[in-house]
Design a protein around this ligand. Structure first.
Ligand code: SF4
Length: 458
């Protein structure tokens, strides 16, 4: 199954709490894992499943236990919490309902920036549904991380919309009442010191693929799993290879929020042996992956997901190889670039923060988004609407070529696009009813091109 809906840290307790997956045995990462686990426990309902036993039309047994925290309604199915440290955005922390970013000094988490109101699901054509990046609402001491998340859940419990499923997210509550109201409410409910959020440097995307030191004597090894699908094919026997690695090295596995997995607790000899096994079974090690493939993700969509209106996971590998060829043709094979694809607008593969994304509209037809970036901290724009998947590469070609010719040193595709269209503000929201901007972008590209030609002529 796709690792997207699986967990990194705490699935045994609450499937919606995620922590960044690398098993570093450092104080900062220990704090992240422990906090995520404690949040999962703290948000777990206290009651067991409600049950009644009836015999011959008469109720014999009933469990009407009281739920002390949630009252009559649990949190909605989609209420997600993430925990990470500054510098590691493997879990796309801005896409969660509530989150904590640990601020680290000398390997200690000295405090958390508290995030609220993220979420990437929306509905096509409905302006009152939107994908949104979480707001950084406060800074707190590390020992109050769990309580801060519980306070946020309590505000949602008391004011959240529970009658309309499409509005049952914290982001809509914050939108309805205003961010200032939410921050005031949060502060009023906290019985600990709350300061304004700290300004952080841009948080980098880390995929933790390949070998890394886990502690002084052990290593971990991140393995790219395309779209989270572990399967043997004629070209590559991924399932067999993983089984062999686990049997030979007796290591543990952690699933990541990027659909990949990490083998943990390895000796340096075992790291070498893993790479040998991968080669033996036709699997490319991370140094051989192009950036377009390495940073790609697709949701399960058809035939697994009942919400899907278009292909995603089954169509993505072929599309990504075409995108890879296009990017290789302009000489930028190794330039980090995110591509994501989903079979409907619910956004499970987090498409709206990618450099390039396809979101299913109906069979074979997609919205094309451009302008996010690897850091996952900016929304893309709807670049072209209702396009056929087979036309997408041609539609992207002028932009990719201009990027190659005009980019500033190390400028990613999304950053280049944003500079061309002159958007200096980081976009935080994308509604279900966007206007495509391809004509505007083409015009800007032409202008940029002619300016460059004039400069060369001079
Ligand atoms: Fe999520 Fe939609 Fe993909 Fe289903 S088709 S996994 S709901 S994005």
């Amino acid at each position: 199954e796709s690792a997207m809906t699986t967990l990194a840290a705490c699935g045994d307790v609450c499937r919606n709490v995620m922590a960044s997956a690398p098993p570093f045995e450092t104080a900062a990462y220990e704090t992240v894992r422990r906090t995520a686990h404690e949040i999962a426990v703290a948000l777990r309902p206290a009651t067991n499943a409600y049950h009644e036993i009836w015999i011959n039309g008469e109720r014999q047994v009933s469990s009407e236990a009281e739920e002390p925290f949630y009252g009559e309604l649990y949190l909605p199915r989609k209420y997600k919490v993430g925990v990470t440290v500054m510098g590691d955005n493997q879990i796309d922390i801005y896409s969660y309902d509530a989150g904590l970013i640990g601020i680290v000094e000398y390997d200690q988490v000295i405090g958390f920036n508290v995030l609220a109101g993220g979420g990437l699901g929306m509905s096509h054509g409905r302006e009152n549904t939107f994908a949104q990046l979480a707001h950084e609402i406060a800074y707190i001491a590390p020992e109050h991380g769990v309580e801060a998340i519980r306070v946020i859940a309590s505000i949602y419990r008391d004011f959240g919309n529970r009658s309309d499923r499409k509005q049952a997210r914290l982001k809509y509550l914050i939108d309805d009442r205003g961010l200032d109201w939410f921050v005031d409410e949060f502060r009023a409910r906290c019985d600990f010191n709350v300061q304004p959020a700290r300004v952080l440097p841009r948080i980098a995307n880390q995929d933790w693929l390949g070998p890394h030191r886990q502690n002084e004597s052990h290593w971990f090894y991140g393995l790219f799993v395309e779209n989270g699908r572990i399967v043997d094919t004629d070209e590559m026997q991924l399932r067999t290879a993983i089984r062999r690695i686990v049997v030979e090295s007796n290591c543990d596995i952690t699933l990541t929020a990027q659909q990949s997995l990490i083998f943990t607790g390895l000796t340096s000899h075992q790291v070498g042996r893993i790479e040998q096994i991968l080669r033996e079974y036709g699997i490319e090690t991370v140094d051989r992956l192009s950036a377009a493939v390495r940073y790609s993700m697709a949701c399960p969509a058809l035939p697994t997901c009942g919400m899907a209106v278009a292909e995603s996971e089954r169509a993505a590998p072929d599309f990504v190889r075409k995108l890879e060829s296009l990017i290789e043709s302009v000489g930028l094979r190794d330039e980090p670039l995110t591509f994501r694809m989903t079979g409907c607008p619910n956004g499970c593969a987090r498409p709206y923060t990618a450099d390039i994304a396809l979101v299913g509209r109906r069979p074979g037809i997609y919205h094309l988004f451009v302008g996010g970036r690897l850091a996952g901290d900016r929304m893309a724009d709807l670049y072209a609407a209702d396009i056929k998947i087979e036309d997408t590469i041609d539609i992207l070609r002028p932009l990719v070529q201009s990027w190659a010719q005009q980019r500033r040193p190390h400028e990613g595709l999304g950053d280049f696009y944003q500079r061309v269209v002159g958007q200096s503000e980081r976009r935080q929201r994308l509604t279900g009813k966007e206007e495509p901007c391809i004509t505007h972008v083409q015009m800007q590209l032409v202008q940029l091109d002619s300016q460059t030609s004039r400069r060369s002529a001079c």
